[in-house]
Design a protein around this ligand. Structure first.
Ligand code: THU
Length: 130
């Protein structure tokens, strides 16, 4: 399945009444399965969750733990990069070279890698447990 299409479709389900900024994310896992997520906001603002976090949760619940590719889409002037927390969440399951495509609903694209997104990532090696 096309990741951009999957992210575009799930974005429509975003619950974003507070920011009015809908985000969709799709992940292709090592099994070949595609997992999707959208942002889910809450009236208690800090309880909201990002699209990427939703897709990662769906992936793990589905039995996959290796990310092979990520796509994120929003209706923004420029492709929106994942927030800091989501960068760390992606890095938990993705190798440094994994491709992350950032897209806008108007057709702009920016392709990055996990390493681009989070240089100096905190890892198990920093705890002496590589
Ligand atoms: N958001 C995401 O879902 N992913 C991103 O990469 C950036 C931000 C959401 C969080 C919140 O619901 C809204 O966008 C505005 O920050």
């Amino acid at each position: 399945m096309d990741l951009l299409k999957a992210a575009t479709e799930v974005r429509e389900h975003a619950w974003a009444p507070y920011s009015r900024f809908k985000v969709g994310a799709a992940i292709r896992a090592a099994s070949g399965r595609v997992y999707v997520g959208c942002n889910v906001e809450n009236v208690a603002y800090p309880e909201g969750t990002c699209a990427e976090a939703g897709a990662i949760a769906a992936m793990v619940a589905g039995g996959d733990t290796v990310i092979e590719e990520v796509c994120v889409i929003a209706d923004s002037p420029e492709p929106v990069p994942p927030c800091g927390g989501c960068r760390q969440k992606i890095a938990e399951f993705a190798a440094q070279g994994v491709r992350v495509t950032l897209a806008t609903t108007q057709g702009k694209r920016k392709v990055m890698t996990v390493a681009d997104l989070l240089p100096g990532v905190f890892s198990a090696a920093h705890m002496g447990r590589a």
